[in-house]
Design a protein around this ligand. Structure first.
Ligand code: SF4
Ligand code: SF4
Ligand code: SF4
Length: 318
């Protein structure tokens, strides 16, 4: 799918859900008044420092108590894995919230390694697309989710411009979307760096206030202009992200969309909403109703309804 048609598709997808959720709580996002917690934390990923050791993958697996991988974390053969006729490298999924991939850029004779995880967007498309308000952007900068209210519609998977949320198929009536949560519960909200950042032996990952990370990134670029391309990916792209990147080669050569635009997807949705048919606007609410009914018949009615329907319930964010 081309960049433009993909963005149109995303806008249509998000619009169908946003139409039912524009009013209320987190929908300051939709009104355009949300600016992504400027005092929030972030991570600066320096691709010139990463050596592909995969220690960050192992640390994440342990911290988030994820299943053991098929291949051990010191097995470098994973860098040769490709999908969809070689067009796609590994992606995070419900069993691995982060993966490291190897690129051989055309403009360099050296490979470049890139860690992939949720970028914790300032104005997240996943949050906007979720009609049951499962997602929350916390003041610390993390985009977390409440699995108790997830109905498994997978709108967030479609809406995410970075293809991040994974989906657990363990139960048809208890579906769960899963992704990197910035170690929010165990670390971030206590001021501690994420497990993947802490373990990195190359200091390829720098944790700090987002605005300080931008200063660090710009300083590295100015101090070593031959080492980096003159861009911090995530500073402005798609409204800005909490995880940002420095690269020795053009970002298109290491798997980034070079021109995603600086507008968050919600801004594209606003223009689109006027053309959304009513059937698109009401189907998410109907779907949620059917799901909650199914949960009730499946013996899930014991959930605290207040907790289940309150955006930002951080008690269960897996
Ligand atoms: S990268 Fe995707 S999953 Fe992560 S906050 Fe942004 S839209 Fe949501
Ligand atoms: S921030 Fe935490 S959850 Fe996210 S990739 Fe790093 S270790 Fe995993
Ligand atoms: S731990 Fe650091 S150097 Fe190793 S793969 Fe992860 S980001 Fe790269």
């Amino acid at each position: 799918m081309s960049g433009i048609s993909r963005r149109r598709f995303l806008a249509a997808s998000v619009a169908g859900c946003a139409a039912t959720t524009l009013a209320g709580t987190k929908k300051a996002l939709a009104s355009g008044s949300f600016s992504g917690y400027p005092e929030g934390m972030g991570v600066l990923v320096d691709l010139t420092r990463c050596v592909g050791c995969r220690s960050c993958e192992a640390a994440c697996n342990k911290e988030q108590q994820l299943p053991a991988p098929e291949l051990p974390f010191d097995d470098k053969s994973v860098f040769d894995q490709t999908f969809h006729d070689g067009k796609q490298l590994r992606r995070p999924d419900e069993n691995a919230y982060t993966v490291v991939n190897r690129y051989q850029p055309a403009s360099s004779d050296q490979p470049v390694y890139r860690k992939v995880q949720c970028n914790h967007c300032s104005e997240p498309a996943c949050l906007t697309s979720c009609f049951v308000n499962a997602y929350t952007k916390t003041k610390e900068g993390a985009v977390i989710y409440n699995s108790k209210v997830c109905v498994g519609c997978r709108n967030c998977m479609i809406a995410c411009p970075f293809h991040i949320p994974g989906y657990s198929y363990s139960s048809a009536f208890d579906p769960v979307v899963k992704k990197c949560i910035f170690c929010h519960e165990t670390r971030l909200k206590n001021g501690l760096p994420p497990a993947c950042v802490e373990i990195c032996p190359q200091e390829a990952l720098t944790f700090g206030k987002r605005k300080e990370l931008l200063k660090i990134g710009n300083n590295r670029i100015q101090t070593h202009p031959g080492r980096y391309v003159n861009r911090i990916y995530g500073e402005n792209e798609l409204g800005g992200t909490s995880w940002m990147y420095l690269s020795p080669v053009p970002f298109s050569e290491v798997g980034f969309d070079p021109n995603p635009g600086n507008d968050p997807i919600i801004n594209q949705v606003k223009d689109f909403l006027g053309t959304v048919p009513m059937v698109l606007a009401i189907w998410p609410a109907m779907f949620a109703g059917f799901h909650l009914l199914a949960k009730k018949h499946d013996g899930h009615e014991g959930h605290d309804q207040t907790a289940d329907t309150t955006p930002g319930d951080e008690g269960d964010e897996q």
